[in-house]
Design a protein around this ligand. Structure first.
Ligand SMILES: Nc1ncnc2c1ncn2[C@@H]1O[C@H](COP(=O)(O)OP(=O)(O)OP(=O)(O)O)[C@@H](O)[C@H]1O
Length: 295
C-alpha cells in the first residue's frame, strides 16, 4: 500500500450497473460515466434548466461492463485474506433500490454450477465463502467456523437462522426460561453485539450456501407477510473463523477473524429501516450515492 493509504481502513468502491432492457427500450438517458483508470465518476444533473457536471473520486470504480469476478478479485479478495489473518472486516452494499446491491452481494441465477465451479454471475458472498474454504484447505489449517444471519427492519432484529415456530403446535412447546429475547447490546468496549442470536457451526461452503438460501427465503416470506417492499430491510450475514496455529515457540495460538457481509436497505428507505441520520455522513461519496442511482 502507498503511504497515503496506510492506516486508512475504510474504502468506498463505486459500481454502476448497465441499463436494463426496459431502460434501453425506453431510451433512458445515461447521466453518469465511469473512468475506471482515474477512479472517477462524472455525473450530469439538470437543476433549474442549468446543466451541472460534477466529478466524484472513489477508491475504485467499476463501470457497467465490469464482471463479478473482477470486482471480487480486485476489491474483496484482499479483505478475505485479512479476515483469515484474524481481523474483523465488513463489506456492505449501499445504493437506491434497483442499483444492483443484491446482484453484487449475492449474484444472479443459481449458485450451483457444473464441476463445482461458481457460476460467472456469483456475487461477493458466494465467492468469499468459496475463497475462505479454498485457503483454509490449501493450508491444511485446523479451524472452526460459525455463521449468523439477521435482518434489521424498523429497529427490530429478526434472526434468519432461528428454527421456525410451528404455526399450529400439537403440544405446547416448553419455553427456554434462560433464553432472552434478541437485543442489540453494547459490549462495554465501544462495540455492539446481538444477544440471543442463533449461531450455526459449519464445515463446508455447501453448508453455508444452504444456510444462506434458507435465511433469504425466510426474509422473503416475512417481507410478503408484512407486505414490505423488498429493499426496506438490512440483512447482515457474519462468518466467524477460529484458526489454530503454532507459534515459533510451538505454543498454540487461536486467530479469530470475522467477516460481515451486509446488504443494506435501498438508500431511499434507510430512515425507515432503522439507521439514524448521524450514521449517514461520508461526505462527497455519500452525496453522490444519494443523488444518483448507483453505488
Ligand atoms: N452489474 C450488473 N450487471 C447486470 N445486471 C445487473 C447488474 N447489477 C444489477 N443488475 C440487475 O439489475 C436489477 C436490479 O438489481 P438488484 O436487485 O441487485 O438491485 P438492489 O439494489 O438490490 O435493489 P433493492 O434495493 O430493491 O433490493 C436486477 O435485475 C439485476 O439482475
Amino acid at each position: 500500500k502507498g503511504d497515503k493509504e496506510k492506516g486508512v481502513n475504510v474504502q468506498v468502491i463505486l459500481r454502476c450497473r448497465p441499463l436494463s432492457d426496459d431502460e434501453t427500450k425506453g431510451n433512458t438517458p445515461v447521466v453518469i460515466s465511469c473512468n475506471e483508470r482515474r477512479r472517477e465518476v462524472a455525473a450530469t444533473q439538470v437543476i433549474a434548466n442549468k446543466q451541472i457536471d460534477r466529478t466524484f473520486a472513489f477508491d475504485k470504480v467499476f463501470g457497467p461492463s465490469s464482471k463479478q469476478k473482477d470486482l471480487f478479485e480486485q476489491s474483496i479478495s484482499p479483505i478475505v485474506h485479512e479476515v483469515l489473518e484474524g481481523y474483523n472486516c465488513t463489506i456492505f452494499a449501499y445504493g437506491q433500490t434497483g442499483t444492483g446491491k443484491t446482484y453484487t452481494m449475492e449474484g444472479g441465477g443459481t449458485r450451483k454450477a457444473k464441476s463445482g465451479e461458481l457460476p460467472t454471475d456469483a456475487g461477493v458472498i458466494p465467492r468469499s465463502v468459496r475463497q475462505i474454504f479454498d485457503i483454509l484447505e490449501a493450508q491444511c489449517a485446523e479451524y472452526s467456523m460459525k455463521v449468523t444471519f439477521l435482518e434489521l427492519y424498523n429497529e427490530e432484529i429478526t434472526d434468519l437462522l432461528a428454527p421456525d415456530e410451528p404455526r399450529f403446535p400439537v403440544l405446547p412447546v416448553p419455553e427456554d426460561k434462560n433464553k432472552k429475547p434478541i437485543a442489540l447490546m453494547e459490549d462495554g468496549k465501544g462495540g455492539v453485539f446481538v444477544r440471543g442470536l442463533e449461531e450455526e457451526v459449519v464445515y463446508s461452503a455447501g453448508e453455508i450456501y444452504k444456510i444462506l438460501d434458507k435465511g433469504s427465503a425466510k426474509r422473503r416470506t416475512a417481507e410478503t407477510l408484512l407486505n414490505k417492499q423488498s429493499s426496506r430491510s438490512h440483512s447482515i450475514f457474519s462468518i466467524t473463523i477460529h484458526i489454530k496455529e503454532l507459534t515459533h515457540e510451538s505454543e498454540e495460538m487461536i486467530k479469530i477473524g470475522k467477516l460481515n457481509l451486509v446488504d443494506l436497505a435501498g438508500s431511499e428507505n434507510i430512515s425507515r429501516s432503522g439507521a439514524r441520520d448521524s450514521e449517514r455522513g461520508w461526505g462527497d461519496q455519500q452525496e453522490f450515492a444519494h443523488t444518483w442511482p448507483c453505488y
